[in-house]
Design a protein around this ligand. Sequence first.
Ligand code: COA
Length: 181
Amino acid sequence: MVLEFLDRMKNIVTYDADREFYAKVFPDSVPRKDLMRLRRMRTADLPQVLAIENANYKFPWCQEVFEDCLRVNYSCWVCEESDKVLGFSIVSIAVGEAHILNINVDPAEQGQGIGRMMLENLIAVARSKDAETVFLEVRPSNSVAIALYESMGFNEIGLRKGYYPAEHGREDALMLALELV
Ligand SMILES: CC(C)(COP(=O)(O)OP(=O)(O)OC[C@H]1O[C@@H](n2cnc3c(N)ncnc32)[C@H](O)[C@@H]1OP(=O)(O)O)[C@@H](O)C(=O)NCCC(=O)NCCS
């Protein structure tokens, strides 16, 4: 179990600098996905993170919220390729419960498997910290995200009335959960 997890994390965090060299010299020699890596988010990433957040949401988080997530040591990740942040994800984990707080891919980079890769990473992190359940909220109108979550085994467990701000009033949130044990 532990070895399997370490192996998965190794695949996620291992980054072969030679690949970047070959990609520059022989652009067709390295699949683009091999140049993407997941790593912990840093304060210096926030301008790029905020640009993605603002591009995707009408009611985005402000910089202070991201700073708080980093300060309280939530598990904050970016997916990057050659110093460009392509997406980010944040999960808080405590007393057996993991809550996915944000998962977000640059609109120009969506539909290439980055969201799935980041979600798999958050689930692996939650498992490594002995979380028993992963929770998240999603707008019922967000069919792309719902398709991703359901394909990873999340199930609908309830509705939070008026959870999200919307252009006219508030929008409900679907609550989804994934059992890890
Ligand atoms: C939701 C989001 C994170 C998914 O990331 P992504 O990198 O675009 O998705 P992936 O390429 O990894 O695709 C994962 C799955 O999502 C679904 N999906 C992706 N693009 C889709 C599209 N255009 N239409 C329908 N389903 C789609 C599919 O089920 C896909 O699985 P498949 O490739 O096996 O068919 C991303 O679209 C995003 O950042 N959206 C804006 C922010 C957001 O809504 N975040 C979630 C808030 S709860």
